[in-house]
Design a binder for this molecule. Structure first.
Ligand code: TXA
Ligand code: MG
Length: 327
């Protein structure tokens, strides 16, 4: 989406001035999309019911799906949550700032319009300099946390660049809203979500903080539970979907798009969308490659899944949802 002079509306390059202005914009009840190390978030003041309602309308997301509250440091954990188990503090110390969301028993601050009426709240300290600067400015100016889902339309692919945010939701933003441009996201898939309301951590969404890392940190085994009892959009069977049809682990034919590890050759007539060398690069490039398939108007994108545990498992989780066809 471009204006006649070629500039993209809402997008701001970041300097210290822009970030403190963005904090004021949030406190005034507007939306600010901002970069994190995982994906771009669509932020609103987590205490402002009207601003949070605009997140839902901008995304076209059901209003009973809970939002993650982003905070600048572990020190604010106790404001949003209570009865925090010792292993959750250990995880926060070890992996924050970082690509990890902790689900904890909520405090009074976490109202129903944040938690979707559940008794828990999701908290995260992101490891991205602009996100952290924004959160620090926001709290300095009197705020307590920024609610932010991924900045895509409901069910679509999460954006990993400011341009992708603009393409996803630019037309739904309003005067006063802002997109902070922090370049490409370094991790590329959404945070690991860990339910910390039981005796041991339970993984609700796979991400860059892996089961092995959680076990090493806490000494407790972290099981993966695909939650059905709670509403978590990233855990729906069909999610992260481009317009192109995603086919997994089949042979691509002429006219198809292809996302595959670097050593796999591109068959004649196939349009190569990404050739990652490493698992980290696979995660970082995946969503941009799925977007590229749509930009090129491709009908089919073939994806060869990476093998292995950890981040590779998180990638396969997203790919299976991207490829899911409702029966
Ligand atoms: O990496 C990320 O987590 C990104 C960046 C922007 O921080 N955010 C993100 O938000 O992915 P979202 O809303 O697109 O996905 C968050 C997931 C949703 O599936 C939501 O339902 C779930 O987290 N969630 C949030 N609070 C929860 C809670 N209290 N209990 C269970 N699931 C929760
Ligand atoms: Mg999302």
């Amino acid at each position: 989406m471009s204006t006649p002079n070629g500039a993209t509306p809402f997008i701001s390059k970041c300097d210290a001035g822009t970030v403190s202005q963005a904090a004021q914009v949030l406190l005034a009840g507007h939306l600010v999309a901002f970069p994190t190390e995982t994906v771009y978030g669509l932020g609103a003041d987590a205490q402002n019911v009207q601003a949070v309602a605009r997140i839902y309308s901008t995304k076209g997301r059901p209003a009973d799906h809970p939002l993650i509250v982003h905070i600048p440091s572990i020190d604010l954990m106790g404001q949003w949550a209570q009865d925090i188990p010792a292993y959750a503090i250990t995880l926060a110390r070890d992996f924050w700032p970082g690509p990890m969301t902790l689900v904890l028993k909520r405090s009074e601050l976490a109202e129903d319009f944040i938690t979707g009426g559940q008794e828990t709240v999701g908290l995260r300290v992101p490891a991205q300099p602009i996100a952290l600067a924004l959160l620090n400015e926001f709290v300095k100016a009197g705020g307590k946390g920024i609610a932010a889902p991924s900045a895509n339309r409901f069910g679509a692919v999460s954006p990993t660049s400011a341009q992708a945010v603009s393409e996803e939701i630019g037309e739904y933003l309003a005067d006063g809203d802002l997109i902070l441009d922090g370049g490409q996201c370094l991790v590329g898939v959404e945070s690991t979500i860990i339910d910390c309301t039981g005796d041991a951590p339970m993984i609700l969404r796979l991400g860059a903080v892996t089961a092995e890392m959680i076990q090493e940190s806490t000494g407790l085994e972290a099981l993966y539970k695909n939650p059905s009892s709670i509403k978590a959009s990233g855990t729906l069977d069909s999610h992260y979907q481009p317009k192109a049809k995603v086919l997994l682990d089949v042979i691509a034919v002429a006219g198809d798009g292809l996302i595959a590890p670097d050593q796999i050759p591109t068959p004649d007539g196939v349009i190569r969308l990404a050739s990652p060398f490493t698992i980290e690069q696979y995660a970082r490039d995946l969503y941009a490659a799925l977007r590229l398939a749509d930009e090129k108007g491709l009908e089919i994108v073939v994806v060869l899944q990476p093998g292995g545990d950890g981040l590779a498992a998180a990638i396969r989780d997203r790919l299976q949802r991207a490829a899911h066809v409702e029966q």
